[in-house]
Design a protein around this ligand. Sequence first.
Ligand code: FEO
Ligand code: CA
Ligand code: CA
Ligand code: CA
Length: 689
Amino acid sequence: MSETTARKFPLLPMLGHTKGNRSAVTCALKCDNACAGDVCNTSSNSYFRDIASATMSRRAALGFGAAGALAVVLGSAVTSAEPASAAGLSKAAKEGFGKSKLQFTAIKPVDKAVDAFTVPEGFTWQPIIRWGDPLFNDSPDFDLNKQTAAAQARQFGYNNDYTDIVEIPDSKGRRAVLFTNHEYTNENIMVPAGYDAVETRAIGRAAHGLAVVELERKNATKPWSYVKGAPLNRRFLSDTTYELTGPVAGSALTKTVADPTGKSIKGTFGNCSGGTTPWGTILSGEENFNGYFVSPGTSAADKRYGLTSKPTARLWELDDKRFDTRNAGYENEANRFGWIVEVDPFDPTSTPKKHSAMGRFKHEGANVIVAESGHVVAYMGDDERFDYLYKFVSKDKYREGDRKHNMGLLSEGDLYVAMFTGNSPAAEITGTGAVPADGVFDGSGEWLPLVVGGKSAVAGMSVEEVLVYTRLAADKVGPTKMDRCEDVQPSLHTGKVYVACTNNTNRGTGSSEAATEVNPRNQNRDGHIVEITERGDQASTTFNWNLLLVCGDPALPRATYFSGFPADKVSPISCPDNLAFDSVGNLWISTDGAPSTIGYNDGLFKVTLDGAERGKVEQFLAVPRDAETCGPIIHDEERTVFVAVQHPGEEGTFEAPNSYFPDYVPAGTTPARGQVRAPRPAVVQVFRG
Ligand code: FEO
Ligand code: CA
Ligand code: CA
Ligand code: CA
């Protein structure tokens, strides 16, 4: 604690400004009140109109499951998975959909006031790792009331979004690495009111970033535990160096006084979803990065990216000049964020990368599949109202077993943005969500080039400008304005690509674009899922599309659509966010925002994609009060599911918590070692038992 103990953590002046579906706290701390401000996209366009690659089942894709992919030697000690074939689609793809070993009876929706983690009958749950858990041999135990930044830097960070677990080959299923990111912090419930302000800001910075943690278990029927002091354990902090790769590396647009090379960047912030690559690395999307910088806020680029001159929610600009880009020498600092990050979880000394070839926007995440041609394709959403869906196609081809080569694939390639055209008359798209006369929301689409063959496809912009100011470049080529693309994930069973459009309550209001066939509801509160079928292989520039789901609670008087499955036989679902597949090809969806829309806690849902039950939505779990469900991992062969529980109890205060997840220490009792009577974000496993 410093001498500035009198300085309280600032009350957040923007609390209460929530226009979207999120809690005021989430809006302020996570999204920098994106929904409270003006729409960033004021362009006129479209107002008129191996892990076996992808992550089929991430586990199968990684080669540890039924898909039977091959493990390859990654280095001296560890191995990872490679696709079953360069085509990306697994053996399971040829065999069609099967019956999952993970059978369950859907839970009933859980009222938003309930502070409980709810699982189906016959299942149980426990955390693998929680905020504050010590990672290294020298890490102090978590002490809720005596937190320091130094301790936090050696402990598990806060608020996990993308999460994956990759078994360490040759460990007989007993060792694995857990990767997760630490998207943002909820200082209002992390530290007491009046806690030292400088230290609180430093704790917040240390609780951001990424983490790799080794897991162990006695055998495949037992739950995982994390291993304190394991050799692969790593925290990525605000001063961790990331190498910027690709066309923008070394550009004048990314140089600062602290980094005259323009390719050596400190830290990553606002990491949301991600993906696991066929070569066993992890991708993580830098999403709401704008909320970490004070900027002039006057340029077209600042406005398009939501960068403003107001103080940031966490006030880090008081501690480090780089967080105020009005400071001389730091004008480009914000250009060094908004990228896809790639991490090698198997090499704790490796330098993580930021891939400029994949464009700069509010990256939700990236999911990779290997095309028939051998090129690697990544699908990516820009999570902002009326922003776009993107696709990256690598210049070089995937080489099975050549991990060093494959780790360079995302550094060079073509970048596209999606344009969707509906096939029903515009008059039939009423904005209510009513299905048009042909019985389906569907049509065709085109991937519009932004960078192709190393050259800019956008008039008046260089390659560097297209990649740094990707939103501005995309505006010029006429893509479709979407309802906040979150996870975008290809199925390894079918190659079809699923896009979670989480919501957009601004659609059809004021001067904003009204409903179109691909975003068919005005004031879209509950979101929808787009299903894309590429016309050729995954690298194709044309596609067909249809909507799989138009989400909501069918019991409420708002239109919903479940691909024809009876609406009275589905679990209510709202605000789809993260996507995953199980080993037999079912889609799993986690949600973020349901408490504010349909009044239930967020959850995880299985959606059948094939056969007579296509469109059937079944709720598997619900997270506790105020929490968001993130990072689902479906190990259905082991009847196990993992989720990250973000911001439990975030609408409470430190002194009056809204949640006691996950330790649930009873009032008046002394917590066991390592436990606290306070909410803690955590990675949770759910298993039979
Ligand atoms: Fe961090 Fe797009 O949700
Ligand atoms: Ca149609
Ligand atoms: Ca998300
Ligand atoms: Ca989210």
